[in-house]
Ligand binder design. Structure first.
Ligand SMILES: Nc1ncnc2c1ncn2[C@@H]1O[C@H](COP(=O)(O)OP(=O)(O)OP(=O)(O)O)[C@@H](O)[C@H]1O
Length: 966
């Protein structure tokens, strides 16, 4: 059981509401009415329990009211952050800082006089000297932060401490520059310098030499600026250089700033990089981060966005491509290089004994076909695309502060150090130059008027770009695929025609020197930092060496398939580790299904789990049904409170705008995302194909808005596992190497995956993309996973929901039915689906005797499935096929299944919210009639499937259905 939990335990609901209401009431009167008890009730509790004098209560209430009003206004300045959770607001303290700032400003800046300001001024000025002029600014910044970021305790403390150090060192300096007044000069003397504080700080040091306090406090003041601006020492030179270059108008591109040489780029490429950098820089602010006080706000998550994409990248600033420049000196330079190669080849062809085996001059030698060797003079002029630099070890992404979970639990995300840094990516190697030469040679041999204009080196493959001269057919190059494979001595050549977004043909050829993509690097990349969304995962690197990061919430469901050893499990590990690195259990909960029992065991016990890792396929099928019910409960809330997406609902809950009906005991909490991971769909489909498919289809059709997302992995991407229905509803696909082109078609609806080279090489087709993107999956080692898991488990003890895959409850079966339930269910299904109430049919189809068939028919009549006997005629069937699930459930003694539950019932529940009990789903509460019903059903106890093949081939219509029991 949990020792700590991320939310209010079930038993607390009543009392905790009261106590939190009481706290809120004493802190800020205006927030009282938030609790389910209603404003009056809360106020009464505060009044009777607090024991404060009435005047204090009145002042507290007025202060709280003003604080919330001012806070509301401040939170709307610039980026609107008015959805700050009312529970964590510190408006009272913020207002205190603000009032103090204004007050000090009135006499320090504006010279307000009078006995009261004079008295305060004497104290403040006597303590700080002329540094009191700075105090309003410091207090103002503190107030602003407290209003807008009350939960950022770490940041607020940092700024507060920074200002204290700054004020102290400033008084020390002021004391020296104010002429080192001594105590004998009295307060008046000290006031004109650094005040009493300055005297204490500097007078002793100044006895050594007046320069000593100047040096000490200058350094301390500098350190205080670093503390306030959260600038690490290592970043100082870069920031100073950035500021200088900005002031002088010399802004460099990002690569140059990182110490990367850009001399290999053409002018136009550099300009493109600069423009992209400028756009990004403008977005981020002068120093690559937002100025203090407006640090990058967590991106608002909202349900509906235009042009949603699963991939997270800088869509506005596409990375420059290293195509041959259209014109100018760069172009002529490149053309000269190509001509040089041509000339060399021409000479070689003329001189060589056999076509394609050129023997050029040593410096311009063309490699022999099939045995590529590096050629300095030839290929080196073909530009390579710049690869994304390995990001320096840094937090992943910005949130290393303590996060406040519900239930007042502090939670720290795992440190970036747990994930190692990968080796620096290579931009070009000799092997690339050799392949360029081989490709150029092949094109020349076959008289194809085309040029290799550049290449992008990825970790696993390099994509060489070929541009055709006007009038040359694309097919002339694609027809050469076998010759190209021969020339580069690799069978895994993949031709892209065209490269998406470019007028060029891409030829992907595996690198002989592969590189591993470290998950840590992917999560530290700019793309990952662009968003704080908790469902973002590091996918890997694309062929251009760019980091690929995707948002699972936008996929919204993902199919991962590939042959054994192709890299699926490694991908699933990267996905789970990404979530653990970036999301708290309050933000993302997971259900893991691992019938293979080995792949996911490392994650057992992480607090993000809602149920122990499920290894039994039967229990997994039940868990999926639980997910369906959870989805229904969430939909009820969305419908009830008028939201279209769980993100909008959560935002409103955090802003205190979701108020349960008066009298309701319920405490509405934000719903976490629910990620359901199935690491071998085939095992589930073998056990309960119909139920698993039903659940998956239902979840995938609706769950996006409910924040529920499915990831289905399989090594058997055949049509009986990945059925048409499942495929139609799981729009994003990740195909690792498949064993056949048929499998590739099942996963991607196109060939390609069969040409992948395994071990993490994949084709990623996120929802909405027309062409799959080739990526090398991110790799995370077992030891890294263990470190992350240990940290996460140390933060919070897992609290499992017991009913997700619980043992099925004993059912109340009608005594009259007794042991005949199985066969009665079959009879019902048979009669209702065929709409034919014949006893002899039951006899034949169920292979039972006349007496048994007659008894079954009587039972069916007594339960209203068929009408009374009409002699030799078949009986009327009174139940429509659509109502069959409800009837079967009723016979089993269960409640109606959720899929068959009338919508009216659900909306009735929604209206009667306060009448239903509080239930916990995961660690959050749901009011749902189904919450009680979140109990697994015994699926094995009923007929599994109706076989659509004819039973006995005698041609009669009755035989069209045959029940196949287990
Ligand atoms: N992204 C990757 N980077 C580097 N190597 C990888 C990557 N993914 C997989 N590999 C290599 O391939 C091996 C098999 O990968 P993995 O176990 O993920 O395959 P799988 O498809 O899950 O196979 P199975 O279905 O048999 O479990 C790993 O042990 C590792 O050596």
């Amino acid at each position: 059981m949990a020792t700590r939990t991320s939310s209010t335990p079930p038993t607390r609901s009543g009392t905790s509401n009261r106590s939190s209401a009481s706290k809120a009431g004493s802190r800020a009167g205006a927030s009282r009415a938030r609790t389910g008890k209603g404003g009056a009730g809360s106020r009464r509790v505060t009044t009777t329990e607090s024991g404060q004098p009435w005047l204090a209560r009145v002042i507290g209430g007025v202060w709280g009211g003003i604080a919330h009003t001012v806070g509301g206004g401040v939170r709307r300045i610039g980026t609107d952050v008015s959805d700050v959770d009312p529970e964590v607001r510190r408006d009272g303290a913020a207002l205190f800082n603000l009032v103090l700032a204004v007050f000090i400003a009135t006499f320090a800046w504006w010279g307000w006089t009078g006995w009261f300001p004079d008295a305060v001024y004497a104290v403040v000025n006597g303590t700080f000297g002329w540094v009191s002029l700075l105090l309003p600014l410091m207090l103002g910044v503190c107030a602003f932060r407290l209003f807008r970021k009350p939960a950022d305790h770490r940041g607020n403390n940092r700024v507060g401490i920074g200002f204290l150090v700054m004020a102290f060192s400033a008084t020390g300096l002021a004391h020296v520059f104010g002429g080192l007044p001594s105590a004998a000069n009295g307060f008046d003397g000290l006031r004109t310098a650094g005040g009493m504080l300055g005297f204490l700080a500097a007078s002793l040091l100044a006895t050594i030499h007046p320069a000593v306090p100047v040096i000490v406090y200058s350094l301390l003041a500098f350190v205080s600026v670093l503390i306030v601006t959260a600038t690490p020492f290592a970043a100082i030179p870069r920031r100073i250089r950035g500021a200088w270059e900005h002031l002088m108008g010399l802004d460099l591109g990002p690569e140059e700033q990182d110490g990367h040489d850009r001399s290999y780029l053409y002018d136009s490429e550099r300009r493109a990089q600069d423009a992209a950098h400028e756009r990004r820089r403008k977005k981020r602010g002068l120093f690559g981060r937002q100025p203090e006080g407006s640090e990058e706000e967590p991106q608002e998550r909202s349900g509906d966005e235009p042009y949603e994409r699963a991939i997270v990248d800088d869509a506005e600033a596409p990375e420059p491509t290293a195509q041959m420049p259209a014109a100018g000196p760069g172009r002529s330079q490149a053309e000269a290089a190509i001509q040089k190669i041509r000339a060399a080849q021409g000479r070689a062809a003329a001189a060589g004994p056999a076509a394609g085996v050129p023997t050029g001059e040593p410096t311009e030698a063309i490699p022999t076909v099939g045995l590529p060797t590096p050629t300095v003079g030839a290929a080196v002029h073909v530009p390579s695309n710049p690869v994304a630099p390995t990001p320096p070890p840094a937090p992943i992404p910005q949130r290393t502060e303590q996060l406040q979970l519900s239930g007042d639990v502090a939670y720290t995300l795992p440190s970036s150090d747990f994930l190692v840094q990968g080796s620096a990516p290579k931009e070009r190697t000799e092997a690339n130059d050799a392949v360029v030469a081989a490709l150029t040679s092949t094109l020349t041999q076959f008289n194809v008027d085309a040029e290799v204009t550049g290449f992008s080196r990825g970790p696993t493959v390099t994509r060489y770009e070929i541009e055709l001269s006007p009038g040359t057919k694309v097919e002339k190059v694609t027809a050469l695929s076998k010759n190209i494979a021969y020339a580069v001595a690799s069978s895994d050549v993949r031709i892209l025609s065209p490269i998406p977004g470019k007028s060029a043909i891409g030829i992907e050829i595996p690198n002989t020197d592969r590189e591993t993509v470290s998950l840590g690097d992917v999560l530290r990349s700019q793309n990952a930092r662009r968003t704080e969304h908790p469902m973002v995962m590091g996918v890997g690197k694309d062929v251009e060496g760019g980091f690929v990061v995707a948002n699972l919430a936008k996929m919204p469901h993902l199919l991962v398939a590939g042959a054994t050893g192709a890299g699926k499990s490694s991908f699933v590990n990267s996905m789970i580790t990404s979530i653990l690195m970036r999301a708290t259990p309050d933000e993302v909960r997971m259900v893991m299904v691992d019938p293979k029992r080995v792949e996911l065991t490392a994650y057992e016990g992480v607090p993000h789990l809602i149920t122990p890792i499920i290894t039994s396929p039967k229990k997994a099928a039940e868990a999926l049904q639980w997910v369906v019910r959870e989805m229904d409960a969430r939909y009820d809330d969305l419908a009830n409170y008028g939201f279209k997406h769980i993100d909008d609902f959560n935002k409103a809950v955090r802003a205190g705008k979701v108020v349960p009906p008066p009298g309701s005991e319920r405490k509405v909490r934000p719903y976490p995302y629910l990620l359901v991971i199935v690491d071998e769909l085939a095992d589930l489909m073998m056990v309960a194909p119909r139920d698993v498919e039903d659940s998956i289809v239902r979840i995938t059709q609706l769950a996006r808005a409910a924040g529920i997302h499915l990831v289905l992995a399989t090594q058997r991407p055949s049509v009986d596992v990945v059925t048409g229905l499942i495929k139609a509803n799981v729009p994003s696909r990740m195909a690792f190497a498949t064993s056949s082109v048929t499998d590739s078609r099942v996963v991607l609806d196109q060939p390609g995956a069969e040409k992948l080279i395994g071990q993490g090489d994949a084709l990623f087709l996120p929802m909405g993309a027309s062409k799959p993107m080739r990526v090398q999956g991110a790799w995370v080692s077992e030891s890294e996973i263990n470190k992350v898991v240990e940290h996460v488990k140390g933060q919070l003890t897992v609290t499992y929901r017991e009913d997700v895959a619980a043992e099925p409850e004993k059912k109340q079966i009608d005594e009259e039915i007794g042991d005949d339930l199985e066969v009665l269910l079959q009879a019902t299904e048979l009669v209702v689906t065929t709409q034919f109430g014949s006893t002899s049919m039951l006899q034949r189809k169920l292979r039972v005797g006349f007496a048994k068939a007659g008894r079954l028919m009587d039972l069916l009549e007594s339960r209203g499935v068929v009408g009374p006997s009409e002699g030799s005629k078949a009986r009327d069937v009174l139940v429509k096929p659509d109502d069959l699930p409800a009837v079967l459930s009723a016979l089993r003694g269960e409640d109606a299944p959720s899929s068959a539950a009338p919508d009216q019932a659900r909306s009735d529940h929604a209206l009667a919210d306060n009448a239903s009990a509080n239930h916990h789903v995961g660690d959050y509460e749901v009011d749902s009639p189904y919450a009680e019903d979140l109990v697994a059903k015994d699926l094995d106890s009923r007929p599994q499937a109706v076989d659509y093949h004819d039973g006995d081939d005698d041609g009669d219509g009755e035989d069209a259905w045959q029940l196949t029991g287990r």
